[in-house]
Design a protein around this ligand. Structure first.
Ligand SMILES: Nc1ncnc2c1ncn2[C@@H]1O[C@H](COP(=O)(O)OP(=O)(O)OP(=O)(O)O)[C@@H](O)[C@H]1O
Ligand SMILES: [Mg+2]
Length: 222
């Protein structure tokens, strides 16, 4: 589903690369973790997949396509395959929960009836149907994050990228978020979850890739 082939990335010319010649693959239907210390390049790696950043060397292949070959006009279409959950939620604070989750479908100009059904189904999945009319700031951190997850899932992405989605949450709430990801994954979505929280993946059986010093390694026996 996602393959990096000898990818090198630096932000400024002449400065040492953040990612040095890295290669790894996340299989279709897999749920995998990316870990590593702060500043190691986890967010950078996810941005290379969502086309917010570009590699200077090597190839990033997503769903069989070399992202570098995607014509600019097709980038929005490509991005629709991907759901993204950010650490800081990025919710629209002056819109209700319902409207935040509906956003992608409205941009797509889906019909009202379909939007209503989809939003309620997706909110049900994250256990927030009763909060559809609430404003984001009246929700707890964990609830806001679940709204962000519902928003990322509404268009049924083939790939879900989650960047420290549990960064500000307590352990129980974090475990709940991981449960939702497992459910999404069981329905066929590939999930790539960046986190430095070892408790989330220790003993889970999922593959864990570690970025450190510009290199990527597969953690064994966790
Ligand atoms: N837009 C940018 N311009 C220049 N440097 C950047 C930019 N974005 C990130 N960096 C640098 O790239 C390095 C990797 O950052 P990145 O955000 O990918 O790390 P991370 O592993 O996600 O860290 P954290 O765990 O703190 O979120 C850092 O040294 C950061 O300062
Ligand atoms: Mg980060």
């Amino acid at each position: 589903m996602v393959r990096f082939e000898n990818v090198t990335k630096s932000y400024d010319e002449g400065s040492p690369p953040i990612l040095k010649n890295i290669s790894f693959e996340v299989r279709r239907g897999e749920m995998a973790y990316i870990t590593g210390p702060s500043g190691a390049g986890k967010t950078t790696l996810l941005k290379l997949i969502s086309l917010e950043e570009w590699a200077e060397d090597g190839a990033v292949i997503v769903d069989g396509e070399d992202v570098e070959e995607i014509p600019e006009v097709e980038v929005p279409l490509f991005r629709r395959k991907i759901g993204i959950v950010f650490q800081d939620f990025k919710l629209l604070l002056n819109r209700t929960v319902f409207e935040n989750v509906a956003l992608t479908l409205r941009v797509r100009k889906d019909n009202e009836q379909y939007i209503r059904v989809q939003v309620h189904e997706t909110l049900k999945m994250v256990n927030l149907r009763h909060k559809a009319d609430a404003m984001p700031l009246t929700l707890s951190g964990g609830e806001q994050q679940r709204v962000a997850i519902a928003r990322a899932l509404i268009a049924e992405p083939t790939l879900l990228l989650a960047d420290e989605p549990t960064g500000n949450l307590d352990p129980d709430t974090s475990a709940g978020i991981v449960r939702i990801f497992k459910e999404i994954n069981a329905r066929g979505t590939t999930v790539l979850h960046a986190t430095h929280d070892r408790d989330l993946f220790r003993g889970s059986g999922y593959r864990v890739f570690r970025i450190e010093g510009g290199a990527i390694t597969l953690e064994e026996g966790i």
